[in-house]
Design a protein around this ligand. Structure first.
Ligand code: ATR
Length: 272
């Protein structure tokens, strides 16, 4: 019997997830479908999908916290992130995971070729996306993980929560001064509206990676600033993160790990 999976969120118009999971299913000869489940309310839509035999879901805006509340059990990453992007249904159990951060860390380290071990890493933003990245980044053992946010108290809270996992420094943008980093990640929502987060050119160190979590927006103001310093070795958007978190979800659901490379090639939109 064909197993059903899907993505729950609203709006879902631009989602590439059905393409990604459909391709993974073909690549690994798994008998499954992956559908878009656009919903006004999370729990009733998910209950319906489960009643129809749904085996698992991905979760996107605005439901990552609803999924956390819905779950009957949460894996460590989802618990620490306080948000869920993936659920597996087993009978009455709804087991929750969060692969956003690990997908991002894998893309940076494996695909972009920037291992974070011993490096200086800067995360801009302290919202849901930044929170999800904290544990996977610290597990990569950077020398320093600096979290800068407009609302300093939110960065401070992340530092307090995750400081026991590694060397975390937090502050506002002015606290960055002239400090330079090896990896600079824009985890603010600024690029969604074409804004530049208040980061300085000095933050982009020699041969650094500048990574913007958004996907398909071309050279965002953040990536443009980075390129114009002339010091970046690479600039990247979030297409690899999108595919890598899907790899993790697919493997968890199906027990077989697809190859991300063909999908990243297919979905990559040139930045400039
Ligand atoms: P997401 O789930 O995408 O992380 P979020 O939780 O709403 O979304 O977080 C948005 C992040 O972008 C926050 O860090 C926010 O900063 P504040 O915590 O100070 O609000 C950041 N952000 C949004 N607009 C910004 C702007 N114009 N300048 C600087 N930071 C901005």
């Amino acid at each position: 019997m064909t197993d059903r999976y899907g993505l729950v969120g609203k709006p879902l118009g631009q989602s590439k997830s059905p393409i990604v999971h459909g391709a993974f299913a073909r690549q690994t000869a798994q008998d499954l479908t992956y559908e878009l489940i656009e919903a006004d309310a999370f729990a009733p839509a998910v209950d319906r999908f489960r009643a129809e035999g749904g085996r698992g879901i991905n979760v996107t805006k605005p439901f990552k916290l609803d999924a956390f509340a819905y779950a009957t059990e949460c894996r460590e990453r989802a618990r620490l992130a306080g948000a869920v992007n993936c659920v597996k249904f087993e009978g009455d159990r709804a087991i929750a995971e969060n692969y956003d951060g690990v997908g991002l860390a894998n893309d940076i380290q494996r695909n972009q070729g920037f291992p974070m071990k011993g490096k200086r890493v800067l995360v801009l933003g302290a919202g849901g996306a930044a929170r999800g990245a904290m544990l996977p980044f610290l597990q990569a053992e950077p020398k320093l993980l600096f979290v800068a946010n407009r609302t300093v108290a939110k960065a401070t809270r992340l530092g307090e929560e995750f400081g026991r996992h590694g060397n975390v420094v937090t502050g506002g943008y002015p606290d960055l001064g002239d400090e330079a980093f090896d990896v600079v990640v824009n985890a603010t929502s600024c690029s969604m509206t074409g804004e530049l987060p208040p980061v300085g050119a000095a933050q982009f160190g020699k041969d650094c990676l500048a990574y913007d979590l958004v996907y398909g927006k071309g050279l965002t103001p953040f990536l443009r600033l980075a390129s114009e310093t002339g010091r970046t070795r690479a600039v990247a958007d979030g297409v690899g993160m999108l595919v890598e978190q899907a790899v993790e979800a697919f493997e968890w659901w199906r027990g077989v790990r697809p190859d991300s490379a063909p999908l990243i090639r297919q979905l990559t939109v040139p930045l400039a």
